[in-house]
Design a protein around this ligand. Sequence first.
Ligand SMILES: *[C@@H]1O[C@H](CO)[C@@H](O)[C@H](O)[C@H]1NC(C)=O
Ligand SMILES: *[C@@H]1O[C@H](CO)[C@@H](O)[C@H](O)[C@H]1NC(C)=O
Ligand SMILES: *[C@@H]1O[C@H](CO)[C@@H](O)[C@H](O)[C@H]1NC(C)=O
Ligand SMILES: *[C@@H]1O[C@H](CO)[C@@H](O)[C@H](O)[C@H]1NC(C)=O
Ligand SMILES: *[C@@H]1O[C@H](CO)[C@@H](O)[C@H](O)[C@H]1NC(C)=O
Ligand SMILES: *[C@@H]1O[C@H](CO)[C@@H](O)[C@H](O)[C@H]1NC(C)=O
Ligand SMILES: *[C@@H]1O[C@H](CO)[C@@H](O)[C@H](O)[C@H]1NC(C)=O
Ligand SMILES: *[C@@H]1O[C@H](CO)[C@@H](O)[C@H](O)[C@H]1NC(C)=O
Ligand SMILES: *[C@@H]1O[C@H](CO)[C@@H](O)[C@H](O)[C@H]1NC(C)=O
Ligand SMILES: *[C@@H]1O[C@H](CO)[C@@H](O)[C@H](O)[C@H]1NC(C)=O
Ligand SMILES: *[C@@H]1O[C@H](CO)[C@@H](O)[C@H](O)[C@H]1NC(C)=O
Length: 586
Amino acid sequence: MDWPKRKPWLVLVVTTIVLVEVFGNVNGCFPEEKKSLLEFKAAYCNETLLPSWVDHPNSDCCHWERVTCDSSSGHVFNLSLQNLGKHDINGDCLSPHLNWSLFLSFKELTSLDLSHNCFQDFVFYEGIICQMKQLEELHLNGNNLQGTLGTCLENMTSLRTLDLSHNSLRGSLPDSIRHMPSLRILNLGYNNFSGKVPDIFDGGTSQSDTHQVSGLNIIDLSHNQLCGELDNNLWIPSSLVFLSLQGNRLTGVIPDIYPVSQSINIVALDLSDNDFTGTIPGSIYGIESLVFLLLAGNQLQAELSSQICQLKSLQILDLSRNNITGSIPSCLNNIAFRDIKIIVSHGIETSVSYGQARRYIAPMFRLMFRLGEVQFMTKGSFFSYEGSSLKTMSALDLSSNQLTGEIPHELGDLRSLHSLNLSHNRLNGSIPENFHNLQNIESLDLSNNSLSGQIPLDLQDLYSLEIFNVSYNNLSGIAPGGNQFANFDDSNYEGNPFLHWTNSNKRVPPSPIPLDKGKKSDDSFFDLASFYWTFSASYVTVLLVLVTILWINSYWRSLWFYFVVWCLLKCFGHFLGDAFCKKIMK
Ligand SMILES: *[C@@H]1O[C@H](CO)[C@@H](O)[C@H](O)[C@H]1NC(C)=O
Ligand SMILES: *[C@@H]1O[C@H](CO)[C@@H](O)[C@H](O)[C@H]1NC(C)=O
Ligand SMILES: *[C@@H]1O[C@H](CO)[C@@H](O)[C@H](O)[C@H]1NC(C)=O
Ligand SMILES: *[C@@H]1O[C@H](CO)[C@@H](O)[C@H](O)[C@H]1NC(C)=O
Ligand SMILES: *[C@@H]1O[C@H](CO)[C@@H](O)[C@H](O)[C@H]1NC(C)=O
Ligand SMILES: *[C@@H]1O[C@H](CO)[C@@H](O)[C@H](O)[C@H]1NC(C)=O
Ligand SMILES: *[C@@H]1O[C@H](CO)[C@@H](O)[C@H](O)[C@H]1NC(C)=O
Ligand SMILES: *[C@@H]1O[C@H](CO)[C@@H](O)[C@H](O)[C@H]1NC(C)=O
Ligand SMILES: *[C@@H]1O[C@H](CO)[C@@H](O)[C@H](O)[C@H]1NC(C)=O
Ligand SMILES: *[C@@H]1O[C@H](CO)[C@@H](O)[C@H](O)[C@H]1NC(C)=O
Ligand SMILES: *[C@@H]1O[C@H](CO)[C@@H](O)[C@H](O)[C@H]1NC(C)=O
């Protein structure tokens, strides 16, 4: 046997694999870690889950599902223990009291995910979790955790990601957050925290401050009970890319925003649904990195400055539900409103509405930071990771304000825009003729204004339009009724007494099929078309490849020839004499 001589690398590989298998198994997992895992399973898990976790001397816990060990030390370093909780018959959580000491036996545990498990009590305050100083990622979101955050957090010097969102935590946010040197992602959203927003962004306000500048990339404090005014100035470190204070009870004016060091890189700023008053501070218009600016649902007043048009990277601008007066700046076409790629969870393809798009922003950022894709983002493009599908969305929402004057025809230049909502204002004049240039528009809401004149019939060319609402205006003349406009029923036009349809432009009466179904049939039409295309393309490709192969390779050519002859003989052989066949086959 001479193959080992010829293929020494193969021997090497095989030997290595055998050695790794043998010695890897000898290491096994550490008994105290195994014991803790089994205790965890017995006490807190739905018994139908984790079938690989068995109490048997030969069972190596490093090979159990959701457990990852370090290959050299053999210690557990990653536990993904989400969605294991017990529920009663109604699907409600059976909230057990978690013995956090269990996790102290994992000396090298760096990533712990206990999200969505029904855990109730919390011991940050007593500091058991804080003793796990080696932890880098901690996900406790989606439990029913009670209690407050203590100062012991600052002992967690390695922690990079802390996700405590969707729990029932309360009390004020401790200053210690600012002293966690490695923290990059902080998600405390959807809790019951109260008091003032702590000065977590601070760093450069006073030179004597010896604390290092926070390196946080993502701060999500949304949907809590934070109140009071923010300081006069908000100092933003250059690392900060995402800041959401949405859905709190903050008052006073929006502070001016300044960089701690030279640069400011913030991409998303969400201060929606608070009680901010006053105007948009001028310093915001200087933040070129902004892609999402969400200030909806406050009490902002005064006119919208045309300085807003300096924010050329904006993809979602939401100033709705405020008290903004004056006219719409005609320079808004300076903003590209390019598409954002939205990650739709678990590959579910849906048409993402603007409201949904907003909900995806925060998870999208967190995901990208966990996957280290930050560098893409700061260039203004967004990438998902494999397995997820993408959907695009860009939006301009100025609805529910006190805007007056006409709709600037420059808005018709926003060819990338997916959603435009100018409803519930006091806009007059007519719908700009050039709105038929809004090639990507999916949702156009102009309802509840004082618009007059005709609806431009060219809008029928906007094939992507799915929502079109012009009710409660004073539009007149002939209404569009062709193409997708046949799907829009009366509730999109009501309150325009002078609007009518001619016989030649008769609107198909609203079909009894709901809108969704209508869209589906559209989809299947496209599917059929694409099927034909794909079929033809494949057919031609196969043919070309075959011909090319036969052209180039004489051996294949003769093989093909014999194949054809064989087929012919199989089918028609009995017509020809045996002798003929034998002659041919030679
Ligand atoms: C931990 O393991 C889970 C599942 O195997 C994986 O998705 C996650 O990325 C891992 N975390 C780290 C920090 O390696
Ligand atoms: C355990 O999980 C299964 C399926 O995931 C579910 O049907 C069952 O109700 C769960 N049992 C408990 C006690 O939570
Ligand atoms: C919690 O777990 C630790 C370690 O497994 C154990 O020593 C301790 O007795 C447990 N405490 C309770 C209250 O079960
Ligand atoms: C931090 O850890 C040290 C020792 O590990 C301990 O003495 C101290 O009390 C901890 N700090 C807090 C705030 O818990
Ligand atoms: C939040 O705290 C307030 C009191 O500060 C309390 O009235 C309310 O019920 C709490 N909400 C939740 C969801 O815990
Ligand atoms: C808008 O301003 C008017 C008076 O200027 C006030 O009455 C109204 O409550 C304000 N609306 C909102 C939503 O702030
Ligand atoms: C437009 O904004 C109004 C009020 O802000 C809201 O009620 C309406 O649903 C929005 N239209 C669309 C199509 O989202
Ligand atoms: C239009 O909006 C105004 C306030 O912006 C409101 O008072 C009125 O009821 C709305 N009309 C309709 C028909 O929705
Ligand atoms: C629109 O309203 C403004 C006042 O807000 C008025 O000056 C202008 O003439 C109106 N334009 C039309 C076409 O009615
Ligand atoms: C609505 O438009 C008609 C003409 O189309 C005009 O006669 C009428 O005065 C307008 N009504 C209002 C309230 O502007
Ligand atoms: C169109 O807008 C009006 C007023 O904003 C609203 O009452 C109506 O429900 C909307 N129609 C549809 C189909 O959304």
